[in-house]
Write a protein that binds this ligand. Structure first.
Ligand code: HEC
Ligand code: HEC
Ligand code: HEC
Length: 465
């Protein structure tokens, strides 16, 4: 079924590509240049480029874990097949050493390589198209002054017709709109600055917006929740499931430090995002936070009132057993056998850290505050319970043990059902058995990294585990 759908989608792409044909698809090669000497670039421009590259998280996709920075070759799984990132070091043969600035800008603005081939949108140029010429110049200066690395990425693994780069022209025709960024005159300068960064280089929507079957973001569901490396990227628009609504101060703290007292710690791919943002000037992080808060809009009065209740409750010690504001009446009313088991597992395995009142980010969050427990998709909490939060390398970071070895599938299912009932007033999760089993077996592929997005010093920005 899935394969049939993809095959059809592929055929559709080819058809559209053919129609789009010559008019749209053809891009000329841009001549090679002599590799510019690193000393030719102004030091301040290079420093500016370093910050912008951190916002764009270029290193995350262009570096194999443990490999040389920016040398490419990382396998990026997509629903259509595997795409490998390019070597973007200034190596003359295998990297972009002989690309002119114009060729670089075209790749960012239109997703076309120096030779005129269309690039796959796994490279998020649908966002980078918004980047200004000035910022692209700084990014170019930064990349061209990195250490050249001779490395050719492995070939992509894509089915026909998607293995033909021309098919991307059809995709672009349907879904791609070239920048630049246009500020919204009804919004403040700060919100517009935040929009420029968040919609462009920071490409929040690449993970937080759901995609259609051709892999394009559904514009009408902007930031309504997406997927990244097997992690659920929660809704960060007005559908946010955070028990205490986000505001711009909380967002600024979370983006800068990788955690917030009322929301917990950024995990998985988000930890990498916040780790990179840590080195950014405050004004830029604040601007992105202001924009994100604007996208979420002011919370409804009921949500604010519930949040006040939660704040008071958690300030009074939290944990189950107290006068919890949500869900506890349910627990008292229905006590199936599995609830007792879930409660026992919770008390033995989780409460010591998560009901200890120890402050964030090293203490566990009170689960009444947890988006992981309140969100409709339990994927992330299953991942965290089975795989834990491995420590960041050399940095202080929050650590949580993995429970795959101590909890059986039945224990984990009972625990999660209990938590959902106890800490939220949301409907029970379904299909937990399969989710837990698939996460344990690896059938559900999730990339687990240290939660290393916390308090990183600027010198660490760009460093990789
Ligand atoms: C989400 C993953 C991802 C991120 C983030 C990312 N890239 Fe890429 N990039 C790719 C992939 C995958 C390709 C290869 C696409 C292809 O082969 O069609 C690529 C290709 C490129 C190319 C074309 C190179 C060539 O030889 O054709 C350039 C230039 C580039 N990226 C620059 C950047 C810069 C600069 C940033 C940060 C601002 C960045 N990328 C961030 C995934 C990413
Ligand atoms: C590479 C993918 C990726 C990118 C890019 C990304 N996020 Fe995330 N984000 C995630 C994932 C995955 C989570 C869930 C992480 C978790 O469980 O801790 C998340 C969580 C969040 C949360 C917490 C939501 C909650 O209620 O707990 C906020 C807020 C957030 N992201 C904002 C942003 C903003 C703003 C940007 C752009 C500046 C951004 N993200 C870019 C993947 C991403
Ligand atoms: C040794 C202490 C420790 C134990 C035991 C522990 N955790 Fe954690 N856990 C943490 C820390 C520290 C964090 C990171 C801070 C945060 O976000 O809560 C965390 C984070 C989490 C998160 C992500 C934060 C959120 O709520 O959104 C979840 C979910 C979670 N733990 C679930 C559990 C469950 C379920 C158990 C019991 C099976 C458990 N933890 C046991 C320390 C612990």
């Amino acid at each position: 079924m899935k394969i049939a759908r993809i095959a059809l989608a592929g055929l559709g792409l080819v058809a559209v590509a053919t129609v789009a044909g010559i008019a749209y698809a053809w891009e000329p090669a841009i001549d090679r240049v002599e590799r510019p000497a690193p000393a030719a670039f102004d030091g301040r421009l290079v420093a500016e480029g370093a910050k912008l590259a951190a916002v764009g998280n270029c290193i995350a996709c262009h570096t194999v874990p443990g490999g040389k920075s920016f040398a490419g070759g990382l396998a990026i799984p997509t629903p259509f097949g595997t795409i490998h990132s390019s070597n973007i070091t200034p190596d003359e043969e295998t990297g972009i050493g002989r690309w002119s600035e114009a060729a670089f800008v075209r790749s960012m603005r239109r997703g076309v390589d120096r030779e005129g081939n269309h690039l796959y949108p796994a490279f998020p140029y649908d966002h980078y198209t918004l980047v200004s010429d000035t910022d692209n110049r700084a990014l170019y200066a930064y990349l061209m002054t990195r250490t050249p690395v001779r490395a050719t990425p492995p070939p992509n693994d894509l089915p026909f017709p998607l293995n033909i780069r021309m098919s991307v022209a059809g995709w672009k025709l349907l879904f791609f709109r070239e920048g630049e960024f246009r500020p919204d005159p009804t919004k403040s300068e700060r919100v517009n600055r935040g929009a420029y960064l968040a919609e462009g280089l920071a490409h929040c929507g690449a993970c937080h917006t759901p995609r259609n079957i051709l892999g394009a973001e559904k514009k009408a569901e902007h930031w309504a929740g997406g997927e990244a490396e097997g992690w659920n990227s929660y809704a960060i628009n007005r559908d946010s499931h955070a028990p205490i609504p986000w505001n711009s101060d909380a967002l600024a703290h979370y983006l800068r430090h990788g955690w917030h007292a009322e929301h917990g710690v950024a995990r998985g791919p988000m930890a990498e995002v916040t780790g990179n943002l840590a080195g950014l000037p405050d004004a830029d992080v604040d601007a992105m936070a202001a924009y994100a808060a604007d996208v979420m809009g002011p919370p409804a009065p009921e949500r604010l009132a519930a949040a006040e209740g939660l704040r008071r409750y958690v300030a009074g010690g939290g944990g189950p057993g107290g006068a919890a504001p949500a869900g506890d009446s349910l627990t008292a009313a229905v006590q199936p056998a599995s609830t007792e088991r879930g409660e026992a597992v919770y008390a033995a395995a989780c409460a010591t850290c998560h009901a200890s009142g120890r402050p964030q980010p090293y203490g566990g969050l009170d689960f009444h505050l947890s988006t992981a427990v309140a969100a409709p998709d339990p994927g992330n909490i299953v991942t965290v319970v089975l795989h834990g939060l491995p420590p960041g390398d050399g940095d202080y970071s929050s650590v949580m043990p993995a429970f795959a070895g101590t909890l059986s599938d039945a224990d984990a299912v009972a625990l999660l059902a209990y938590m959902r009932r106890t800490f939220t007033d949301k409907p029970a999760w379904t299909d937990l058995e399969k989710l837990v089993a698939d996460t344990r077996s690896g059938a559900r592929h999730v990339v687990v990294r240290p939660a290393d997005g916390i308090e990183r010093s600027p010198t660490n920005v760009g460093a990789r585990d």
